[in-house]
Design a protein around this ligand. Structure first.
Ligand code: SAH
Length: 513
């Protein structure tokens, strides 16, 4: 063994974050983020990816400003070596692919020199993502058999351009410029000067893969003016050549009904994160505004008594995924599992609750096809004879009494036990209030009466009623609460689930155009 080699050297992973949208990172990249001791990330890497990080990870943001010299890159290089020499596993997270105009190779060379092990994890580079998210096909065999990636911004310190404009002007395929917006006029001017046809199709795709993605098309001569008129700026990819004509029928992303729509989720933190992921899947722009915090009530006498005689129940009813999660968190702490239910039958209010139960290997014996407490009651009564049966409801403290009444009328012996409650969460309402006033919000969504109450304790109803913002409610109980606080309702979901709510918003948009 080389005795000069320091012990406990860490490891550096140069990881491509992908072009923007967080879930376009590779599986390998995401796995490494989950285990890293230290994450050093760039401006172009989506900060949402940091949600993968360990709570104790050392997270360092290294913004690189355009125009700064090699000093900043030197600082990053030093940081990589320093952290690895502390024995840490370092993820260097870089936008797109780490080595496509990303200086990944420079960083890797520094690591080689310092004797630090490294691995490079490729990422989806911006050119490819921008093209495929906008119907601009870079190598469609009808018109382009070659593609060139060019930097529009020469490496620091280089005096002379290494771009051969004469060759490029005659390139018979798709030319893609990264970092081309600052010098767009210069780039197009050089190409035309060197013999490119002024009419050559050109497209600029900005903020690719994000809900604020934009595309504009013109000729190579006209593109700079068009971008200025339309206020299209970086980060953007410039595509020159026949590919830039694009095929609008392939622009699947920008055609999605929720594309670009800004939708506010007003559930608890966990619920909002899940909701936001669904909005992103539909190309919308989520804003998470937590209104409530879910607090377990598993330390109450009421709950503990019910638990002590749980084997006596014929039916146990869960009315939300939260209830299921909190129940199992509690019994897991007791080192118990689903066998506590013994032979009791289990009912779930809807597909989400049933899916949560399935995570604990419980297949619900009964799930109604309409998701309200009242329907659960009516359909359960239709499904089985409850006369003399012992039923345990494990619900939110705020749930209505309707279900209890229905079950009791059918002859059941009902124990209604609150397993959690919702308390108001503190979120600074000023930024959202301003966005509502500015017309920057398309939809406010409400998924429970408690969210409605907590939201309108912080934001005045008249701000919502008088603005352009629309209000979507998950179902009748939530709508009732909206009416109570005096807020207009633009739509109520036909299926009372988060997916149902998003379906309704999509349909609303389609029916309006
Ligand atoms: N390593 C990165 C590129 C870094 S250079 C990659 O592989 O994608 C930065 C340039 O990438 C920007 O100037 C822009 O041209 C392009 N870019 C990065 N993200 C982009 C996005 N979401 N939309 C359009 N262009 C993007």
């Amino acid at each position: 063994m080389n005795i000069r080699e320091p012990k406990n050297k860490g490891m550096v992973y140069l990881v491509g974050a992908g072009p923007g949208r967080a879930d376009l990172i590779t599986v390998r990249g995401a796995d490494l983020l989950k285990t890293a001791d230290c994450i050093i990330y760039d401006k172009l890497a989506n900060p949402a990816l940091l949600s993968y990080a360990r709570p104790d990870a050392d997270i360092i943001h290294v913004p690189k400003r355009i125009g700064t010299g090699s000093c900043t890159q030197d600082e990053i290089n030093r940081l990589l070596v320093e952290k690895a020499n502390e024995g840490k596993t370092v993820v260097r997270l870089k936008g797109g692919d780490p080595c496509i105009f990303g200086r990944g190779s420079e960083e890797a060379r520094v690591l080689v020199k310092a004797g630090i092990d490294f691995e490079i994890v490729p990422g989806v580079t911006a050119a490819i993502a921008a093209a495929e998210y906008s119907g601009v096909m870079l190598t469609d065999r009808e018109y382009s058999s070659q593609v060139a990636f060019i930097t529009g911004h020469e490496a620091d310190g280089k005096k002379e351009s290494s771009i051969d404009w004469n060759v490029l002007a005659k390139f018979p395929g798709s030319i893609v410029f990264y970092m081309g917006m600052g010098g767009l006029q210069f780039i197009t001017g050089q190409l035309i000067k060197n013999g490119m046809n002024k009419e050559t199709p050109t497209a600029v795709i900005a903020n690719a893969t994000f809900p604020n993605q934009r595309i504009t098309k013109s000729t190579v001569e006209g593109i700079d003016d068009k971008c200025k008129q339309e206020n299209i700026g970086p980060p953007a990819i410039v595509v020159i050549g026949d590919a830039a004509v694009g095929d609008t029928s392939l622009n699947w992303f920008m055609k999605k009904p929720l594309f670009g729509k800004t939708i506010v989720a007003t559930r608890d933190h966990r619920g909002n994160a899940e909701f936001a992921a669904k909005i992103i899947n539909r190309a919308g722009n989520p804003i998470e505004f937590p209104t409530i915090k879910i607090e377990p009530l598993t330390n109450t006498t009421e709950f503990l008594q019910a638990l002590s005689k749980i084997t006596e129940y014929d039916w146990i009813v869960f009315t939300s995924a939260n209830g299921v999660r909190i129940f199992f968190d509690y019994i897991r702490d007791l080192s118990k599992d689903a066998r506590v239910f013994a032979s009791a039958k289990i009912a779930a209010i809807g597909a989400r609750t049933a899916a949560k139960l399935a995570e604990f290997a419980i297949m619900a014996d009964f799930v109604p096809d309409v998701f309200t407490g009242k329907e659960l009651g009516n359909q359960l009564i239709g499904f089985t004879n409850l006369k003399g049966k012992k039923v345990l409801l494990l619900r939110s403290q705020l749930a209505s009494g309707e279900l209890i009444d229905l079950l009791q009328q059918a002859g059941a012996d009902v124990d209604n036990v609150s397993i959690y409650t919702a308390v108001t969460a503190k979120t600074d309402p000023a930024p959202l209030a301003k966005q509502i006033t500015d017309g920057a919000i398309d939809w406010l969504t409400f998924a429970s009466p408690s969210s409605v109450t907590a939201f309108f304790e912080q934001i005045r109803p008249d701000l919502v009623n008088s603005g352009n913002v629309r209000v979507a409610s998950i179902g009748p109980i939530t709508s009732e609460q909206l009416k109570k606080v005096g807020v207009k309702i633009d739509l109520q979901a036909a299926e009372h689930t988060i997916d149902g709510l998003l379906d309704a918003i999509e349909q609303n948009r389609i029916s309006k155009t």
